[in-house]
Write a protein that binds this ligand. Structure first.
Ligand code: HEM
Length: 178
């Protein structure tokens, strides 16, 4: 996992839950680097899961809820960090289609060791898109949060229904414009 995904998570924790909570998460047993992460490093995916599940336990909430919250937060960071991918004239659905076709392939050129999910997306009608998330890392709720963050960026109201099709490895999202 790219370090930026971990350092931005810690940034969110600091902003929303306080520096002391972020510090405590970094002291969790089992982190590969004993709690030292840089945005340009690459770390085992399990480090991110450990930090996120420790926060979930502390806040007495589900890991999925933390992943979704973080996905929504991280989308805002992407818009400021990678402006080249954001064209205000594009539509929300066009942007979602471009994640698989353009954005993630470009991410892979920048960071050849990035571990990215696959998406199978199709427009069902002008108001509805079906997006199927595929990844062994089982981060469907993170994708859900990113899609919500994307809707905020494009200033559209959405309803998203998700359905697990294979123990978290394959998740279907039906995204409906309000
Ligand atoms: C709604 C739009 C997006 C969705 C739904 C999405 C989905 C995801 C998901 C679910 C992951 C976690 C890895 C996995 O599950 O296997 C991921 C990783 C990542 N995505 Fe996206 N993404 C979106 C947009 C973007 C954008 C705009 C950028 C940057 C310009 C980006 C860059 C990355 C990077 C750097 C990673 C981390 C790769 C790693 O840790 O090795 N994504 N994305």
């Amino acid at each position: 996992m790219k370090g930026v995904v971990i350092t931005q998570f810690l940034e969110m924790v600091e902003e929303r839950y306080g520096m002391d909570v972020a510090d405590q998460l970094l002291q969790s047993d089992g982190l590969s680097t004993h709690g030292v992460f840089t945005s340009v490093g690459t770390y085992p995916h399990t480090d991110a899961v450990l930090l996120m599940s420790t926060l979930a336990r502390r806040r007495n909430t589900a890991l999925g809820a933390i992943l979704q919250e973080y996905g929504e937060y991280l989308f805002g960071y992407f818009t400021t960090q990678y402006p080249v991918f954001f064209n205000e004239n594009a539509s929300f659905f066009d942007f979602l289609l471009s994640v698989e076709e353009v954005i993630h392939p470009e991410v892979l050129k920048l960071y050849p060791d990035a571990q990215l999910p696959r998406f199978q997306s199709e427009l069902i009608n002008e108001q509805t898109m079906r997006m199927v998330y595929l990844s062994d890392r089982c981060m469907g709720p993170f994708a859900h949060g990113l899609i919500l963050g994307c809707a905020v960026y494009f200033n559209v109201g959405v309803r998203i229904a998700s359905r697990d099709l294979d123990n978290g490895r394959k998740v279907e999202f039906i995204i409906q414009l309000d």
